[in-house]
Design a protein around this ligand. Structure first.
Ligand code: COA
Length: 129
């Protein structure tokens, strides 16, 4: 697992990425997600800076960076099904809801994905319920 950060504005935002191994994905029943996919986390540094497009810009910068790494086919973001602000921000960066799952026993989340390879299928199958 590796980690790096990027941001549309280094002072305002950060998107951390973690390359996920097969064992971890399978333990979450994400069998169809390719290994070495990146699990991204994002936060905006100051409350007054949210809602200004910084998050989507940082995610687009992260995607541009990861497209240079042929091992990475997909970026995933996990967010509560109730976090509508995040869904809207992530959708602006091209992410789409793939499925719902409960990754840590704390409630249902959306897995939102961005496929980085044009020859990859655009729709992933639903995970087992
Ligand atoms: C989710 C997040 C990274 C998105 O980045 P962002 O730069 O705010 O993204 P956007 O500017 O595109 O705004 C996304 C949505 O936030 C909402 N929003 C806008 N201003 C807002 C404000 N002042 N307060 C709360 N939400 C606001 C809007 O619904 C907006 O969508 P819209 O522009 O279509 O109306 C950022 O809002 C954030 O850090 N939120 C708090 C932490 C969080 O939820 N992190 C995600 C965990 S997975």
């Amino acid at each position: 697992m590796s980690r790096s950060t990027t941001g549309a504005d280094g002072e305002l935002s950060a998107a951390a990425r973690y390359q996920v191994d097969r064992e971890t994905l399978d333990s979450l029943r994400l069998h169809d997600i390719p290994e070495n996919s990146v699990d991204a986390d994002i936060l905006i540094g100051e409350l007054g800076d949210i809602g200004k497009g910084t998050g989507p810009a940082a995610l687009i910068a992260l995607a541009d960076l990861l497209r240079k790494d042929p091992r990475v086919a997909l970026i995933g973001l996990t967010t509560s099904i109730h976090n509508l602000h995040a869904h809207r921000g992530f959708a602006k960066a091209g992410f789409r809801i793939s499925r719902q799952y409960d990754p840590n026993g704390l409630g249902q989340c959306h897995l939102m994905i961005l496929l980085l390879r044009s020859d990859e299928p655009t729709v992933l199958r639903d995970a087992p319920r």
